[in-house]
Design a protein around this ligand. Structure first.
Ligand SMILES: [Mn+2]
Length: 361
């Protein structure tokens, strides 16, 4: 029996420059990625796994230093009885000046090369691990899989690879059927940040910590065993925080406090920990200041941002009285005749009024 953990796309060192949260949270998020990386190693140690498979994008080459890569090395060295297997990806590609080649690695760490798929045998574990590191940050086409040769089916065979299951990609295009045909016991993929089990024996682990609002949903690692050539894998949520995007509907009869309460009622996630982006829709009472609502909610959420997609509610009688002889009056009346009980008509009226009133200014 062998036990392994499959991770990848950790993106250690990422600076979070293009995110909607502030500088302070960006700096903290960078540290959280490190903490989660170290939690994964700690978890691997507790579980006494044989292999920690890292399917690329372990770090961000652009922001990484010798000090950072040394910290990675020291973490791996501290778990000397776990075999650490690395196939570098596009963000940590193993080019001629790669940080991977700037330091001495302990004997439990294997970093694959970038010419062809390489293999490493672990005889005492009856296992062969195949892998490949990117040597450049884009790969348009490849015949990596074709040159793999026969595999020894008396052993456990695992392939660790960073690539894109897609016909047309600049990021090492892969074909799912080609991967299936390899007859590997497990294929540990990296690159796609959303965890996905693609076949009985093929999976993207996804990133253990989501990086922005484009990465909603559970994030974690994959734990697996192979017993008598029989694979068992399961996804384990592992992220400290989640990104959550929700729509909240309001109406013109809701007051300030009711809107705040409705947003707080969101059952999804954990307000103390997660990043929330709430888009408000529906009609909004004209007297309500959304910016104030956002500020008031900041005490109740770790991070909240409001997107205001509401339409201002108008006092039609007042508008009519003020615009007796111009288009606004006739427009309101024409729409009244269509029936304001119909939400589509009402929405059209209010959107039209917004344009007309803006034109008047
Ligand atoms: Mn990635």
């Amino acid at each position: 029996m062998i036990k392994f953990i499959h991770t990848g796309d950790i993106h250690l060192g990422l600076k979070f420059n293009n995110v909607s949260f502030d500088r302070e949270k960006a700096i903290l998020r960078r540290r959280e990625i490190w903490n989660t990386f170290e939690r994964i190693i700690e978890y691997a140690r507790e579980k006494e796994v044989d292999f920690l498979l890292i399917a690329g994008d372990l770090f961000e080459e652009a922001y990484f230093t010798i000090g950072d890569i040394t910290r990675v090395r020291d973490n791996f060295e501290a778990v000397g009885n776990i075999n650490i297997i690395i196939s570098a990806g596009n963000h940590d590609y193993r080019g001629t000046r790669s940080l991977y080649d700037k330091i001495q690695w302990p004997s439990n760490v294997t970093i694959f090369g970038g010419q062809a798929i390489e293999k490493k045998e672990f005889n005492e574990l009856n296992t062969i691990i195949y892998g490949y590191s990117w040597a450049t940050n884009q790969i348009y086409d490849n015949d990596l899989l074709k040159n793999l040769g026969q595999i020894d089916t008396t052993k456990n065979n695992i392939l660790v690879l960073h690539g894109d299951i897609s016909h047309n990609s600049n990021y090492l295009p892969l074909n799912l059927q080609d991967l299936k045909n390899l007859n590997m016991d497990y294929i540990a993929l990296g690159h796609i940040h959303k965890p996905q089990i693609l076949a009985d024996n093929i999976a993207y682990c996804g990133c253990p910590e989501p990086l922005d609002f484009g990465e909603e949903g559970e994030r974690g690692i994959i734990e697996g065993t192979i017993v008598d050539k029989k694979l068992d894998i399961k996804f384990l949520p592992f992220s400290k925080r989640k990104f959550i995007i929700r729509e909240v509907e309001v109406d013109e009869n809701m007051n300030y406090l009711e809107i705040i309460e409705r947003i707080k009622e969101l059952s999804q996630g954990n307000r103390e920990k997660d990043f929330y982006r709430i888009s408000l829709k529906g009609f909004l009472n004209r007297n309500i200041d959304i910016d104030n609502i956002e500020k008031d909610l900041e005490d109740s959420f770790y991070h909240i941002e409001l997107i205001n997609n509401t339409i201002w509610d108008y006092d039609l009688e007042v508008l009519e009285a003020e615009n007796k002889d111009n288009i606004i009056y006739y427009y309101i009346n024409a729409m009244r005749e269509k029936g304001l009980d119909d939400p589509v008509v009402k929405r059209a009226l209010y959107l039209g009024l917004e344009v007309l009133l803006k034109g008047r200014e």
